[in-house]
Design a protein around this ligand. Structure first.
Ligand code: GLN
Length: 282
């Protein structure tokens, strides 16, 4: 079968399944075929008549089947780009999200280029945030924690893949496994979805670890812990930056203020949703 026909059939199968977002069907099928052919997407347009071998067709069909069952593209290709870096992705961590790049951007504005400051990324998952920061600030000392040893192994692997050697990985449930070190900046994309949010049963998130997504009745359990306990682990004149849900800005700012943070601000993501809140501890 030719590339052009394989893609057309795949699109039809995905549209017929209830599990995929029809807006992304074209892109999804192209990414999956490229992962089989190990090519760039432009190749598919330049050589639409190229005949797929039996092995290639079979591999592609198997991926399209999985996608039609709802499996995330990043799990099928086993990789996801974040901050122009490539991350190995498995079912053991959250898949890095584009909106989380905002958190990295805001952190970098607060870490001078040649800074040797101590940065802590809590709940690093795939390592996306810690690795992106470490890649931009090679003299900074970054600590990345996760309560899951499986996640931590993936994060370490991703640091190696991206030639990053200024991150110290520690297995820790938030601050529990950390000694009394004080950090100059703490950053986290914790779980923040309400346990009974119906979105947890829809789409790609069904295949991601619930422990990386859900956090109590109002989704704020982990943010409460992080914001409160950060005050014991920050140097003087230091920032805490957290990601949160689009409707949690006011509550998160209140948590910051209750814990004596100043300059408390919420920043919107590119979809114009409240996404990141920050506070400064004097
Ligand atoms: N933004 C993610 C989502 O809505 C949630 C990530 C998180 O809980 N940290 O799927």
């Amino acid at each position: 079968m030719q590339i052009v026909d394989a893609l057309k059939h795949a699109r039809q199968r995905l549209i017929a399944s209830d599990n995929t977002d029809s807006d992304s069907v074209r892109l999804d099928t192209e990414i999956l075929l490229c992962s089989v052919l190990k090519c760039e997407r432009t190749h598919l347009y330049s050589y639409p008549e190229q005949i797929l071998s039996n092995d290639e067709s079979e591999s592609f069909n198997a991926l399209v089947d999985k996608r039609s069952q709802g499996h995330p593209i990043a799990h099928l290709t086993k990789q996801k780009e974040f901050w122009s870096l490539s991350f190995h992705v498995t079912k053991d961590t959250l898949i890095p999200r584009p909106e989380t790049e905002l958190l990295v951007e805001i952190a970098l504005e607060r870490i001078p280029i040649n800074s040797t400051k101590h940065i802590l990324d809590l709940g690093t998952g795939s390592g996306a945030i810690a690795i992106a920061i470490a890649s931009e600030r090679s003299l900074a000392m970054v600590t990345a924690t996760d309560a899951s040893d499986k996640a931590l192994n993936i994060a370490k692997h991703n640091a190696d893949l991206n030639n990053i050697d200024n991150i110290n990985f520690i297995e820790s449930n938030w601050f529990v496994g950390l000694n009394s070190n004080a950090y100059d900046l703490i950053i986290s994309n914790p779980p923040y979805i309400s346990n009974d949010d119906k979105h947890l049963k829809q789409g790609d998130v069904r295949f991601e670890p619930l422990s990386a997504l859900a956090s109590g009745k109002d989704g704020l359990d982990d943010l409460r812990t992080i914001i409160h306990q950060s005050t014991n682990h920050l140097e003087k004149q230091a920032w805490l930056l957290v990601e949160h849900g689009y409707n949690q800005g006011a509550q998160v700012r209140q948590l910051f203020t209750e814990n004596n943070f100043t300059s408390v601000t919420t920043i919107k993501d590119y979809s114009d949703n409240d996404r990141v809140s920050i506070g400064y501890l004097i």
